[in-house]
Design a protein around this ligand. Structure first.
Ligand code: BES
Ligand code: MN
Length: 455
């Protein structure tokens, strides 16, 4: 172990340079113009895995390729087998003008590496690759067999991974999955995440007149799709911050008193939280704390809202159409399919006859909840403590990693969520960054985790 840790410390500068190279690929899965970049990024990952001593291959899918990389196996040794999952695709970088430096020209400032995907998920996953490199390059026997599954469609709903898991069930048969793609409170509070919210995405479009119309000549006599949509969207939430769709809360499991007590013990300063987000007041479901609201209660969000003229100056029109992109975050035991049905039904009901509605369902993912008391979880907690030098906490988190449910359903295994993202890493926002201290701790985590899990 000493050699592994020394190797990690001695090579940190090179690792940071390599991560910068990785982050410089604009591997944006949502945007068709980046297909080539996505492909190039995947190939870079394969080559890098081979360079550090893994058996790696690019596996084509109907969408973006999946990188599969395994540690060399020793048939004489029966070792536990773990999958390490990560994604090389990133969120769109827009709006570009809000970045202090270009999103795909990684920049180091102090102990932060800025760039789209630096934290979500390139840097976090790369830490695991580097930990394995340290084992392989120092000739230290790995206590576990590992298979890296690094995909390119996480940010657009992982459509092609579940079929891949099914068709590779044999070689992916394992004792568990490890993912670093969640958060920590700060470097003094590393975390094991034991619950994630699920998600259900919907796009709703209202069609009005066959073309944009002069609002002076026609306004008042035809419905305005932007107005109609606004009124419909307003009906999705009540003044207490509850989702106002009939049946929405039917399957929600109540938080236990014990869990609420534990969550309340986590360090949290409301004023600092408010300031860090640039809002003068918080808003959320009445009767719950901000941490409960954002991690353990369901919600609706408007992710995008488009209609009419968005350019400079004014243009007096009744727009021909209006569109909203919505996502619902779900908690146990809500099911995305059922929620999507309720949402569509509600939207159609509140839609006035003066516009034509089109509802299209997007990706969905079930919520995740796993016991933090398992042996593997306890091993992960020990490794976190050793890597960060501080006792870890248990977290529920609001983000979604839908594939963890497929790992459970298809491979029959639980996932250890040991994230490295800091609250100010700006995931999905301009100026995303990754803490180089979290990177270093993440590499040490990899080093300790396989020993703890192999024991
Ligand atoms: N890494 C995030 C999810 C995350 C972040 C979980 C922080 C917990 C804490 C992941 O890459 C992500 O953004 N997922 C999407 C999933 C969606 C596109 C299906 C999300 O949560 O919006
Ligand atoms: Mn993400």
């Amino acid at each position: 172990m000493k050699q592994v840790l020394e190797y990690l410390a001695a090579n940190e500068e090179r690792f940071i340079r390599e991560l910068c190279e990785y982050v410089s690929f604009p591997s944006v899965s949502a945007q068709p113009q980046h297909r080539g970049d996505v492909e190039a990024c995947a190939k870079w990952v394969v080559a890098h895995c081979q360079q550090i001593g893994l058996e790696a291959q690019l596996c084509p899918t109907n969408g973006n390729p999946i990188v599969l990389a395994r540690t060399p196996r020793d048939p004489a040794k029966q070792r536990p087998h773990y999958l390490v999952y990560g994604h090389y695709d990133v969120q769109p970088a827009e709006p570009f003008e809000l970045w202090k430096s270009p999103p795909f020209e990684p920049r180091i400032q102090g102990r932060s590496l800025f760039g789209r995907g630096a934290s979500d998920n390139k840097g976090q996953n790369f830490a695991h690759l580097k930990a394995v490199e340290a084992y392989l390059k120092t000739g230290t026997p790995l206590p576990c067999d590992l298979t890296f599954v690094i995909e390119g469609e996480e940010e657009v709903g992982c459509e092609n991974l579940p079929p891949f898991l099914k068709s590779h069930r044999e070689e992916l048969r394992c004792d568990g999955v490890v993912i670093s793609d969640t958060g920590i409170l700060d470097l003094q509070h590393p975390a094991l995440t034991y619950a994630l919210r699920g998600i259900a995405a919907v796009e709703v479009t209202l069609h009005g007149p066959s073309r944009d119309l002069h609002s002076g000549l026609y306004g008042g006599s035809v419905d305005n799709p932007a107005m109609a949509l606004s009124q419909m969207l307003a009906s999705l939430r009540d003044k207490n911050g509850r989702v106002a769709i009939p049946g929405f809360y039917e399957d929600v499991v109540k938080l236990t008193a014990y869990e609420r007590k534990e969550m309340a013990r986590l360090p949290f300063k409301e004023s600092a939280y408010r300031k860090s987000l640039g809002v003068s007041a918080l808003f959320g479901e009445k009767g719950f704390t901000p941490n409960e609201q954002r991690a353990a209660r369901p919600t609706v969000e408007i992710n995008g809202l488009t209609s009419g003229y968005q350019g400079e100056g004014s243009k007096t029109i009744v727009p021909s159409w209006a569109r909203a992109k919505l996502t619902f975050r779900l908690v146990p035991n809500q099911k995305p399919e059922k929620i999507l049905k309720l949402v569509a039904k509600h939207l159609r009901k509140v839609c006035p006859p003066s516009v034509r509605i089109e509802v299209s369902q997007g990706h969905g993912g079930e919520p995740y909840l796993v016991s933090p008391r398992s042996e593997a979880a306890q091993a992960a907690l020990r490794a976190l403590g050793q890597a960060f030098g501080h006792a870890p906490v248990l977290l529920r988190e609001g983000g979604s990693i839908p594939i963890v449910n497929d790992f459970k359903k298809i491979l029959g295994v639980d996932t250890l969520l040991v994230g490295l993202a800091l609250p100010d890493d700006n995931l999905h926002s301009p100026n995303e960054k990754f803490s180089l201290d979290a990177f270093a701790a993440g590499m040490r985590l990899g080093a300790h985790l396989w020993r703890e899990l192999g024991a």
